[in-house]
Design a protein around this ligand. Structure first.
Ligand SMILES: Cc1cc2nc3c(=O)[nH]c(=O)nc-3n(C[C@H](O)[C@H](O)[C@H](O)COP(=O)(O)OP(=O)(O)OC[C@H]3O[C@@H](n4cnc5c(N)ncnc54)[C@H](O)[C@@H]3O)c2cc1C
Ligand code: FES
Ligand code: FES
Length: 471
């Protein structure tokens, strides 16, 4: 039985904890403003606000209800578009009408919820930030020019009415963007017991972290499953300890994007993670899920392989660790025992003489999974590469560390010739297959280009690199 706050009241859901929240909200709670469309986290029709206490007031984020289990709602505040309704149209809805930004209206609830989520958490009234917040909301008929006008209208009003430093919930209630019950949401949540979190996983339980792979692949099976939720672990997602930087398995792509520790030790990961899915997906998608899903093109996996990371695993009270490169034994075949959990991933913290680069090619620049991706980490000794670690995804049944390419690089200067030589070796070291993401020859070519791109980004090499990946 899951107890949580839903809009302005408390509810108890008797549904199995693995049921997608979308199904509970539409079928059991009758909240059909939450739309059912792609069920793959791609369209934003089903988004809701999910709040949890952060001190006396809740902090809200936007999540795709098609990918989150009912069990993950326990102890939290779920707000659907119905929960934003007032007696009259709110300012966001009014702007949609006035700007002609809604025709069939199917996408409109998702836009309204996403924009409300943005207003609740943004640090400034920047148009680019607001547009990023609705970047995954797809409108199939109206077009985006009018939706952009909606954003401008709302922000113009808020710039004069609300100081970004002001306490946000009371200010948005005052301006009519939130109904009054939001002022009592903290009390509502305080009445709920935080859900008890079992620490030991039974073998029959399905581990669900962000759900962004699982609920796309097996939604019907999960609806009936006994789920073990790992994203609710407590403690910091990323921390430094002794010689290592640790990422909890439950650290999300967004945690990586904004981490100051990673900004100092690795660099460039904010840009890399900005290319991973949309903001709600990044806030749900975890490191543990990326590794155990074992996709050959997982972005976090490719990054961690190039950092030569080590994996911490736990089963009951038994802990073990292993180099990440040995975790992937074959296509979706892992060195993971039944009942075992990924606990953390760590890599060496001392990287002051090191440089790092991640590159990915996908059919769309944003919001798309890679066709081929690659990362490289180089330790420099003066003008020479002392140590190299190179990874590549989408070019074999498993995510790869390219050992021959790394061996080739060690001891060389980072010149145009070295970059071309590394690209040639990388292409020879992989065995891609032809599939919907491209032919084997194309993927090989892409990998060569990504190697050149690493050298271009890290060392500013340009002259002489054009067209050389295919040489
Ligand atoms: C719209 C969309 C866009 C996406 N874009 C990208 C992208 O650009 N790049 C990319 O790499 N991926 C992308 N993904 C895929 C996905 O978001 C990532 O692979 C994500 O990291 C998976 O993490 P999760 O927490 O959601 O995993 P889940 O779906 O919860 O779990 C995935 C697997 O890992 C297991 N698992 C999870 N945590 C643990 C643990 N601690 N111990 C043991 N097993 C565990 C689960 O049992 C399951 O088998 C996208 C997905 C969607 C829906
Ligand atoms: S239905 Fe499309 S994101 Fe959930
Ligand atoms: S108004 Fe029809 S999908 Fe956006």
């Amino acid at each position: 039985m899951q107890r949580f706050a839903l809009n302005d009241g408390l509810v108890q859901a008797a549904s199995p904890s693995g049921l997608p929240a979308l199904d509970f909200l539409r079928q059991s709670a009758g909240l059909t403003g939450v739309k059912h469309a792609c069920r793959e986290g791609d369209c934003g029709s089903c988004v809701v606000l999910l709040g949890e206490l952060d001190g006396p007031t809740p902090r809200y984020r936007v999540v795709t209800s098609c990918l989150i289990p009912v069990g993950a709602l326990a102890g939290r505040h779920v707000v659907t578009v119905e929960g934003l309704d007032r007696r009259d149209l709110g300012p966001i809805q009014r702007a949609f009408v006035d700007e002609g930004a809604s025709q069939c209206g199917f996408c409109t609830p998702g836009f309204v919820v996403s924009l409300t989520g943005f207003l609740l958490e943004t640090e400034s009234w920047g148009e680019d930030l607001a547009e990023e917040a609705v970047a995954r909301n797809i409108c199939r008929c109206t077009g985006y020019a009018s939706i952009r006008r909606v954003i401008r209208t709302i922000l113009e009003q808020l710039r004069t009415a609300v100081d970004p430093a002001e306490e946000r919930i009371p200010a948005l209630v005052r301006e009519g963007y939130l109904p009054e019950y939001f002022l009592r949401a903290g009390e509502l949540l305080a009445e709920l017991e935080p859900p008890a979190l079992p620490h030991v996983r039974s073998e029959r339980q399905v581990v669900v972290a962000g759900g962004t792979d699982l609920y796309v692949q097996r939604p019907d099976e999960l609806a009936e499953a006994d789920v073990f939720l790992v994203q609710r672990r407590t403690g910091p997602p990323i921390w430094a300890d002794g010689d290592h930087v640790y990422l909890a398995a439950s650290a999300t792509a967004e945690d990586i994007k904004v981490s100051q520790i990673l900004g100092r030790t690795v660099g460039g990961l904010d840009r890399a993670m900005a290319l991973m899915g949309s903001q709600p997906i990044r806030r749900m998608a975890t490191v543990g899920g990326n590794l155990v899903n074992a996709s050959p093109i997982g972005d976090m996996t490719i990054i961690l392989l190039a950092l030569d990371a080590e994996l911490g695993l736990v089963s009951g009270g038994a802990h073990r660790s292993l180099p990440l490169r040995f975790f992937f034994r074959g296509y979706k075949d892992l060195d993971l025992q039944p009942g075992e959990l990924v606990e953390w991933v760590r890599f060496k913290a001392e990287r002051s003489d090191s440089v790092f680069s991640f590159e990915k090619v996908s059919k769309r620049t944003h919001l798309d999974i890679a066709s081929v991706n690659s990362a490289i980490s180089l330790r420099l000794d003066g003008n020479r590469i002392a140590e190299a670690c190179v990874s590549a995804g989408g070019v074999a049944p498993v995510p790869l560390q390219l050992e021959d390419t790394a061996a080739y690089l060690e001891g060389r200067e980072p010149t145009v010739d070295t970059a071309i030589g590394a690209a040639t070796r990388a292409r020879a070291e992989v065995s891609p297959i032809s599939d919907v993401r491209g032919s084997a020859a194309y993927k090989r070519l892409l990998l060569g280009q990504l190697l050149l791109a690493h050298f271009h980004v890290l060392f500013g090499l340009e002259d002489g690199l054009e067209g050389k990946a295919s040489a």
